[in-house]
Ligand binder design. Structure first.
Ligand SMILES: NC(=O)c1ccc[n+]([C@@H]2O[C@H](COP(=O)([O-])OP(=O)(O)OC[C@H]3O[C@@H](n4cnc5c(N)ncnc54)[C@H](O)[C@@H]3O)[C@@H](O)[C@H]2O)c1
Length: 391
């Protein structure tokens, strides 16, 4: 008898969904079969019919969700629809893997998480594929092993999300309040914002400075700095933009036990951990010198070209998440990225948006969800009025 496989369907087969579909058909996951896909676009339908041999196509996800030969769905539509479709899929008895971000506002994700928690037999995951990057995994391991001690500071400069005007001029749902609910925070940065909290924990307080349309004709933010404060007194700074070139990708975490840096330059990526021989707290207690050196050793890890290809999604970072998801369904393997985690990064990004909209006001987490929605709707309304005036 053939070994049991997870029968997948993909809802939304645009850029990301079609990549997942092709990879599943290529057999990147021995525990998975692709049985169905769905999209509302005629062009995507034609592509699916020509490319995805043996895979059924649906114009309406509701028809797909009642199919008996679908065990799990991957939701790869624009973000607003992630929680809407995920909820219906869970109610239909399917396992659900949503693309990042979990959605646009936390209220919808809180409701989704409550539903998922009430259906513990169904696996609910999120495509935070960068959690499978060996360098971030190593950083997590170092922090969880206690070698970093108490974290004091977490800083990330991630300004290499360069997007020219031509990117925004593609139109569609991207780069608008109505289509995706924001700019760099909600589209390019969900991975880093998730890792920021995965490694550094959730802050208690946030101040955000968001700038829309910097050197680009767009309504949404493309230049952001935010500041975070944590229960243990630590602080953080996160800087991102889509108009710097060549831009920087540098994460630095400082702890009582040393300093950890992950830097990326083109295809080369490295982790450097300066591990103190004794914690700074203990050293400081016994030290009498004014300008001392604390003994430390350096631990390095680099990713090779292949791993970088993985990081860029060329080979298999997304596949790592899909394979883990299948094993979670079949063998109860713990998820690398449980769906319930999606609200954490989104809470942080919503807080940054809201603080920015309120002139950099300090906000305590959890934020006021209704106020966030009201402020977002205000921007959607202004955008509609503006495009009406331009029409
Ligand atoms: N994990 C990653 O690394 C990664 C990378 C890129 C995109 N994404 C995420 O994937 C999602 C899709 O992004 P994309 O770049 O593929 O966008 P896209 O526009 O290329 O694809 C979205 C597809 O969804 C379809 N769609 C819209 N409404 C639908 C509906 N009601 N039912 C079925 N299909 C519907 C569209 O027709 C389109 O084909 C986004 O949320 C994005 O953030 C994740």
């Amino acid at each position: 008898m053939e070994k049991k496989k997870v029968r997948y369907a993909i809802i939304g087969i645009g850029k990301m969904g079609s990549t997942h579909a092709r990879k599943l058909l290529k057999g990147i996951d021995k525990n998975a079969l692709l049985t169905a896909v769905c999209d509302i676009s005629e062009e995507r339908k034609a592509w699916a019919k020509n490319t995805l041999s043996g895979v059924r196509f649906f114009d309406d996800y509701k028809d797909l969700l009642v199919q008996k030969d679908v065990d799990a769905v991957i939701v790869a539509t624009p973000h607003y629809l992630h929680p809407v479709i995920a909820k219906e899929a869970l109610i239909a008895g399917k396992h659900v893997l949503i693309e990042k971000p979990a959605g646009v506002y936390t209220k919808a994700i809180r409701e989704l998480n409550e539903l998922a928690a009430s259906l513990p037999e169904q696996v609910f995951g999120i495509m935070y594929n960068q959690r499978t990057n060996p360098l971030y995994k190593k950083a997590k391991e170092i922090i969880e092993s206690g070698q970093m001690g108490q974290i004091k500071r977490i800083n990330w400069i991630i300004t290499n999300w360069y997007r020219p005007q031509a990117y925004y001029d593609q139109g569609g749902w991207r780069g608008t309040w109505s289509g995706e609910g924001g700019g760099v925070l909600i589209n390019q940065c969900p991975h880093q914002i998730d890792l920021f909290q995965w490694l550094g924990g959730m802050p208690e307080r946030v101040r955000g400075f968001t700038h829309a349309g910097v050197r680009r004709r767009i309504n949404v933010e493309n230049d952001v700095t935010f500041y975070t404060e944590y229960a243990n007194g630590a602080s953080g700074v996160f800087v991102t933009s889509t108009h710097d070139y060549p831009g920087t990708n540098r994460l630095e975490i400082s702890g009582d036990g040393g300093r950890l840096v992950i830097e990326q330059h083109l295809l080369s990526e490295k982790l450097t951990f300066n591990k103190l021989g004794v914690s700074e707290t203990e050293f400081n207690l016994n030290n009498t010198k004014f300008m001392p050196l604390i003994p430390s050793k350096t631990i390095r890890k680099r990713t090779g070209t292949l791993t970088n290809a993985v990081r860029l999604g060329i080979v298999g970072q997304h596949a790592n998440i899909i394979r883990n998801f299948s094993r979670a369904i079949l063998f109860k393997e713990p998820l690398v990225a449980p769906g319930a985690d999606g609200i954490r990064g989104l809470m942080l990004s919503n807080a940054v948006h809201l603080s920015g909209w309120l002139g950099g006001k300090e906000l305590t987490l959890p934020i006021d969800e209704e106020l966030f929605i009201a402020e977002l709707e205000k921007r959607i309304g202004e955008e509609a009025a503006q495009s009406g005036a331009n029409a």
